[in-house]
Structures are given as C-alpha cells and as structure tokens.
Design a protein. Structure first.
Length: 256
C-alpha cells in the first residue's frame, strides 16, 4: 500500500497528482462526482391567497410536468376541471399556473395539489418526483352587503356590513324627507372593531321636521370594497317616520 503525503488536481480537474513520500509522483484519474440520486421536490406558493397566477417551484429543473399533474378542489369535496388553465416556464424549474382564477365560481376553501404519483415528472438524472405539493387558498368572490338601522325616537344610527369593508364615508349616505334631499351637515361616522359596524352621529339634528325619512347607502358610487377587492353592489336603506309633535290650538266652543 502506498502512503500518500500530498495530492493536487491538474488545472483541468481531470487528473490527480499524488506524492508518495520518497517514492516519486504519479498521475491518476480524478474521482468523478457522485451520481445524482436525490428526487426533485416542489412547492406551491399560496402566500398571495390568489389562484391567478400561482407560482410552482422545483428544487431543480424537471421534465414531464403539465397541467394534468395538478388537481384543484373546492372545500375538499368538489373537483374543478383545470383543462382551461395553462403552465408557463422559462427554465423548467419555476412554473406559473395561469387561468385557474377564472374557474372559481363560489366562495370557499380551494386546494391545489401537485400529484407526484404517475405524474412522470423527473429531474435531468431521471429521478422521479415522489412527494406531493399542496397549496391552500381561501377565495372570497361575494360582495359585501349592508343593513342600515335607525332607532326612533333617539335616531341612533348603525350601519352593519357582512364583513370588514374599506372606502365607506359620509358621502356614501343620502337622507331625504318626503322625497326631498337633506344635506348631511354636521354628522360623523365612527367604525367599530373590524370595520364591519359603523355608527352615524348627529342625525337627530337633521330630522326635526315631521315627515317620511329615508337614509340610504348608495352602493353604485361608493367605492366600498371588502378585503378581497369585491365591490358593494346592493344599496341599503332605513325608513322611518317623524311625527308632528307641535301642540295644537283648539278654538273655544261657544254655547248659546
């Protein structure tokens, strides 16, 4: 057995020069890197909570990946056909799924699974994908709705939404008496908690005359949206009556 005192690679890395301690030097072929025996792995990016687009990344370049390897379910019960979606890539390692968002028809919990079994996905060394990748998405396509409530005779006013909203202010409200508009001067809105309940202050100062009143939230021009960007589309209103409380003067009855 030769005792090796020192060794160095040739400049091109194809040979190793070995020193044997007083017995001279000789060249040998450099050892080859170990074969790639590791299977590729994949991740589905669900951080944006959006199904269009969806980023799917592998640990290395792969072949054999197509839309047919993906499964989309709603509430883990309903399978959604992904044949209308497409996959794009520039390096066969990072992929983008496009068009899945167009297949969403209702609010719910969506699960996108890359199914490893029988997918035919392999890396360049022929190692097959063996572990599934899963992404979870909560998709809300329902617009927010509102209710307006006015308590008589205090005229304390509350506007409640089905979920937290953005973009709601006094300019979105309209007040009328017997069909005639009344300016909402001196009133203010205050959001409560998660911005799903608001209180309107100052209405009592504007409803001093008797008549039929309507306080309406006009959705069409409001710009009110929920956290998913769904715009409010339905108006909400409260109707109430202010009675004539003015004392009446009665004529004296004259008896002959």
């Amino acid at each position: 057995m030769l005792r090796v005192n020192s060794a160095t690679f040739s400049p091109d890395g194809t040979e190793i020069i070995v020193g044997t301690g007083g017995r001279g030097w000789y060249k040998a072929a450099a050892p080859k890197p170990a074969s790639d025996m590791e299977s590729p792995r994949a991740t589905i990016d669900d951080s944006s909570n959006s199904l269009d687009p969806v980023r799917i990344a592998f640990t290395e370049p792969v072949s054999g990946f197509d839309v047919g390897d993906l499964k989309l379910t709603l509430n883990r019960l309903i399978d959604i056909d992904l044949s209308g979606a497409t996959l794009t890539t520039t390096d066969n390692q990072n992929f983008t799924l496009l068009g899945a968002g167009d297949l969403v028809t209702e609010t719910g919990s969506y699960r996108l699974t890359l199914q490893a079994a029988e997918s035919g996905i392999t890396d360049l060394a022929g190692n097959a994908l063996v572990e599934d990748a899963i992404g979870g998405f909560w998709i809300d396509i329902d617009p927010p709705r509102a209710q307006v409530h006015v308590s008589v005779p205090t005229y304390a006013t509350k506007i409640g939404f089905t979920e937290s909203v953005w973009g709601f202010d006094v300019a979105d409200l309209e007040l009328t008496r017997d069909g005639q508009a009344i300016e909402l001067e001196g009133v203010s809105l205050q959001g409560m908690g998660e911005k799903s309940i608001f209180r309107l202050y100052g209405l009592a100062n504007l409803v001093t005359e008797p008549g039929e009143y309507v306080l309406r939230l006009d959705a069409s021009q409001s710009g009110i949206t929920d956290s998913y960007g769904n715009a409010m589309v339905a108006d909400a209103e409260a109707r109430f009556t202010v009675e004539d409380t003015t004392p009446h003067r009665f004529k004296s009855l004259m008896f002959k």
